[in-house]
Design a protein around this ligand. Structure first.
Ligand SMILES: Cc1cc2nc3c(=O)[nH]c(=O)nc-3n(C[C@H](O)[C@H](O)[C@H](O)COP(=O)(O)OP(=O)(O)OC[C@H]3O[C@@H](n4cnc5c(N)ncnc54)[C@H](O)[C@@H]3O)c2cc1C
Ligand SMILES: O=C1O[C@H]([C@@H](O)CO)C(O)=C1O
Length: 556
């Protein structure tokens, strides 16, 4: 099954969901422009009729509700605005329509003898959608791992006066300060119509994974990133394992036509995804940590056996190094293309498949070592508590550089991603949720990391304004381009301004608040608001069957 469209419209209106099916927000109507002029007239229609507007894409892969409209809204989908790909060979650049999918762009530039040096690891995204949230791969070399740092020009449709036809196209060139706002703009500045990216001449990559012990990650990560252009590190804390990715560019005449078919994005039989989810649920209800650790061990052993999905000849893994073209090594997503009815992406909301939170924290390069040491202390207290994250991708460390984007990074940074079990019912407490809450609070509050705009739960965005030095420059660009907040909504404001949401019973379970009272957890199921074990100031929902809510008095 190829992923379903995130927009469903009936006579009574439209709903927008995201790729995980996690949210369903309603909108008045949706329109599917195919040209820049149609995109402009869609914005003009919204402005003329005092509607709000939100741009949505073919897949809608962002987790926070950035795209959620506030009624009455016109959804402007770029799904069909994806025909334009203009390669400028003389200047090694390409200008694409906003809705062009990443895979289509990569194939087009590779065919023309060029490569896009950076891309997220997942290809099921649109070009304008991926730059709008600061999506990235991993590199501290050249322009770095974030795609928006390759943006050298951009056109964006913004509201305008009646005499200008209510909407106009701004063409932003590389020296225009507005470009620094628009290239990571979360969809709140206007509708991006075209993106111009700088390219490199086509090149190949050589990748080797080294599965080894996990001590000293904090002492070697900087050298690792300096030595290997596309380095990353995956840490499986409960398995005491770190996986170093030795990944460098090699000349075009190096032999090998390998493929990176990342195991997490492969087409899975639906029965497998449902069985994995079923066993996770079983371990959850039985509070069976051993069960989780057993699957974490087998998952890791399998990943090592198949080299995380690297295939030397495009079919199977036969040994390191795996050498292949940049266009086939940087990003993947084979589950996007299966037309079979019995396979899908493992998280496809139409099946009872995986459902997980993804926390992604961005640290200044010099600060991530302290975070690693704190997480290791927490792990050493009881390694079994970390098995849940090792059933996914462990903690993934990637490298991005200082950016001119106002909502990009002011300095070279390290991004840490981790996925963990999400209950179908947000009021169901989860095994070891106190651990993930403490790691989340260690990252964003003790070590002041910034939240990735496309991932994370709401608590990650608390105080985000203070973390971006150029936040006010972004806001003034926003007021200049969209003074009536046509492209804003309550939901995108919650994320952009990191609003403290009012607390309610169970809010901490779904990352919508940090508990200060037991009722923010689930006292009736034995989960009480408690201190962190390593980060004492953390407030986490911890299971303590013996105590009753009176003895674990609510803490200020
Ligand atoms: C399986 C998976 C793996 C992922 N891997 C990575 C990864 O390795 N690295 C990484 O950094 N991220 C990763 N992500 C996150 C993903 O890169 C971001 O969510 C990205 O923004 C999704 O792009 P999209 O085209 O689906 O945009 P959407 O999610 O649909 O939109 C994102 C935001 O951009 C706005 N927007 C979209 N198009 C336009 C436009 N034309 N003009 C103005 N605003 C617009 C929307 O309104 C919304 O606010 C992953 C996501 C998934 C589901
Ligand atoms: O789901 C995701 O997968 C990747 C990474 O975790 C594994 O490649 C990423 O950044 C996501 O958001």
């Amino acid at each position: 099954k190829i992923p379903q469209s995130p927009v469903e419209c009936t006579v009574s209106g439209c709903t927008l969901s995201n790729a995980y099916g996690a949210w369903g927000c309603s909108a008045l109507n949706a329109t599917y422009p195919t040209t820049e002029e149609q995109l402009r007239s869609a914005v003009s229609y919204a402005v003329r009729n005092n509607l709000k507007a939100k741009v949505v894409t073919r897949f809608s892969h962002t987790i926070p509700k950035l795209a959620c409209p506030q009624d009455p809204t016109l959804l402007i989908s770029t799904e069909n605005y994806d025909s334009g790909i203009q390669i400028d060979a003389v200047n090694s650049a390409v200008t694409v329509d906003a809705g062009v999918g990443l895979r289509r762009l990569i194939d087009a530039v590779e065919d023309a003898g060029f490569s896009l040096a950076a891309a997220p690891y997942w290809e099921g995204v649109s070009v304008a959608g991926l730059i709008s949230t600061g999506a990235h791969g991993s590199s501290w070399w050249g322009r770095g791992g974030a795609v928006h740092d390759y943006v050298v020009g951009l056109s964006v449709v913004v509201p305008a006066s009646e005499s200008e036809g209510y909407a106009k196209v701004l063409r932003l060139e590389s020296r225009d300060p507005l470009l620094s706002a628009a290239k990571v703009s979360l969809g709140v500045l206007g509708a991006i119509s075209k993106v111009k990216l700088s390219l490199e001449h086509r090149f190949k990559r050589s990748i080797t994974y080294n599965f080894t012990e996990d001590n000293g990650i904090e002492d070697v990560y900087i050298d690792h990133a300096k030595q290997y252009e596309f380095a990353d590190i995956t840490w499986y804390p409960s398995r005491h394992t770190a996986v170093y990715r030795y990944d460098s560019r090699v000349p075009l005449n190096a032999s090998g036509n390998g493929l990176n078919d990342f195991i997490g994005f492969q087409n899975n039989p639906i029965l497998v995804s449902e069985a994995v989810r079923g066993s996770e649920k079983l371990f959850e209800t039985k509070r069976d940590t051993n069960g989780k650790c057993l699957t974490a061990a087998t998952t890791l052993a399998f990943k090592k056996l198949v080299a995380n999905g690297l295939k030397n000849n495009g079919n199977i893994f036969t040994g390191y190094p795996v050498v292949g073209f940049q266009g086939k090594m940087q990003t993947s997503g084979s589950c996007l293309y299966s037309t079979r009815i019995d396979t899908s992406c493992s998280w496809d909301p139409r099946i009872k498949g995986l459902f997980f939170y993804e926390t992604t924290a961005i640290f200044p390069a010099s600060k991530v070592g302290d975070f690693i040491r704190d997480v290791r202390k927490l792990r050493d207290l009881n390694p079994q508590n970390f098995c849940g994250v090792d059933n996914y991708n462990g903690l993934l460390f990637r490298f991005i550089k200082a950016s001119s984007a106002y909502l990009g990074q002011p300095e070279d940074s390290v991004v840490v991603d981790f996925n963990y079990y999400r209950a179908n019912d947000p009021s169901d407490p989860r095994l070891n949720q106190d651990v993930w809450e403490e790691v989340e609070q260690l990252a964003f509050f003790k070590h002041g990391a910034k939240p990735h705009w496309a991932k994370n739960r709401n608590v990650a965005f608390l105080g985000v304004q203070q973390k971006y030095p150029k936040f006010n420059m972004f806001l003034s660009a926003k007021h200049k381009l969209d003074p009536q907040n046509v492209f804003s909504s309550k939901w995108s404001d919650d994320i952009l301004f990191g609003k403290e949401l009012e607390k309610f019973d169970g809010c901490a379970l779904d990352g919508l608040c940090i508990c200060t009272e037991d009722r923010h957890c689930s006292p009736q199921k034995g989960y009480y608001c408690s201190h962190g074990l390593v980060y004492k100031e953390a407030r986490v929902c911890r299971y303590s069957p013996s105590s009753t809510s009176s003895s674990s008095s609510s803490i200020g």
